[in-house]
Design a protein around this ligand. Structure first.
Ligand code: FAD
Length: 390
């Protein structure tokens, strides 16, 4: 492509989540002349930083500020509301760009694969978290008005996010960007017991120490565990950081074992070695499964480079994507060095550009400011697209 009288390569990054942004960052560090289109099916950037990371963990969401700086770079275009495979084919993208980076992440809840999973009180964490985080495709939440007991299936940080957001008071969520309707529904629910259920032992749990310890500092909920289940040690064969993390988790859980159930309005029970083999109606009022995610297949081949969750599956935190995407960016730079830039027209259909996103951002931040919150999200497509148009 000809930019300012010079030929340069054009790169399409499909997916404006962390892995897409880190890929753009890695590319621009080596080749600031590149023309990069960051394409997302949503009118908003940042992927799961906006729609997955828990709304009360604003420190984690602050990574979006780094990504904003990339959006301001002259060679970068944001193209929101463009779904590859629907608005533009993968083939057209591959033919028109010098390189296509696939950063599409995951899209649906992984199934437990047990009878009863499709009962209406069973929710996948993707759907549940997307609802309270304002993803425009997931506007239906569970009816919590009579929910007293909740089972959260899984032993990773997403399970802790779900249990914690349900257990926190409205005051504890006051500085979050939870969708207000979801926040009000949770605050009004008659919750008494939340069971965090793992299929394996406590020494295998994937919780990180800080997130687990936070469960012991909630104002209306007490975390408890069965001391008998905790008479185990971190697996000796694990690498040292893993062993330390698991040892610390066991220590935190032993602290929970000393707590008195029902000493606060909500009791959070940590249960281990309980594989879910069937789901029966009646045992819990709500079940949220936090057992991973699946994605949609994308084409492979020459000039297509996957990154992030699309490449590795649903594991790893935001910083994991940085190292991975930077490494892929190096491969892309090497690949481009052996090829002349393609010529051809601009392929992008009409989209929400960075100015459109900034209009959304401004409206959301202003709505939040009146309530002392970081933002109040626009949650439906019409409002998002209308605001982006200005
Ligand atoms: C519930 C939850 C909580 C989490 N909490 C934390 C946390 O607290 N801390 C932490 O470090 N990590 C957390 N993570 C992990 C972190 O979110 C991921 O590591 C990271 O978001 C993966 O980045 P990604 O870019 O690969 O995918 P994503 O963030 O999912 O981004 C993919 C993007 O691609 C877009 N897309 C998909 N298909 C198309 C298409 N066909 N055309 C155009 N665009 C498309 C999507 O709209 C999305 O914006 C959490 C994950 C989840 C699910």
């Amino acid at each position: 492509m000809l930019i300012d009288g010079r030929m340069t390569h054009r790169v399409a990054i499909v997916g404006a989540g962390p892995s897409g942004f880190y890929a753009a960052d890695g590319l621009l560090r080596a080749r600031p002349d590149l023309r990069i289109d960051l394409i997302d099916r949503l009118p908003t950037p940042f992927g799961l930083v906006r729609s997955g990371v828990a709304p009360d963990h604003q420190g984690t969401k602050a990574v979006a500020r780094q990504f904003e700086r990339l959006l301001a770079q002259p060679g970068v275009r944001f193209a929101g509301n463009v779904e590859i495979g629907r608005d533009l084919s993968w083939e057209a993208l591959r033919a028109g760009y010098d390189v296509v980076i696939v950063a599409t992440g995951m899209t649906i809840d992984r199934k437990l694969g047990v009878p009863g999973e499709d009962l209406p009180f069973v929710w996948g964490s993707w759907r549940f978290v997307a609802w309270l985080n304002g993803h425009p495709d997931f506007r239906e939440g569970p009816d919590l008005s009579a929910v007293k007991t909740v089972a959260v299936i899984g032993n990773g940080n997403v399970a802790l996010d779900v249990a914690r957001v349900l257990a926190k008071t409205a005051d504890e969520m006051a500085k979050s960007d939870i969708v207000p309707e979801a926040g009000a529904m949770i605050a009004a629910a008659p919750l008494t017991d939340i069971f965090v259920i793992g299929r394996r032992g406590p020494e295998q749990a994937s919780f990180t120490n800080n997130e687990l310890a936070e469960m012991g500092r909630l104002s209306r909920a007490v975390a408890v565990a069965d001391a008998g289940a905790l008479a185990v040690e971190a697996p000796a064969g694990d690498p040292t950081p893993e062993r330390l993390r698991k040892t610390k988790n066991l220590e935190i859980l032993r602290g929970f074992a000393a707590n008195v159930p029902s000493s606060k309005p909500i009791t959070i029970h940590f249960l281990f070695d309980r594989p879910t083999t069937a789901i029966e109606p009646g045992a819990f009022d709500l079940m949220v499964t936090c057992v991973g995610y699946d994605g949609v297949a994308f084409p492979a081949g020459e000039g297509i480079f996957p990154v992030g969750w699309a490449k590795r599956g649903p594991s790893g935190t935001i910083p994991t994507n940085r190292a991975d995407s930077h490494a892929v960016a190096q491969q892309v730079i090497g690949w481009l060095a052996q090829r002349d830039p393609k010529t051809g027209p601009d392929l992008l259909p009409p989209s929400v550009d960075v100015e459109g996103w900034r209009r959304i951002d401004k409206v959301e931040a202003a709505a939040g400011a009146t309530l002392g919150r970081p933002r109040v999200k626009l949650v439906d497509w019409k409002a998002l697209l209308g605001t982006a148009e200005g």
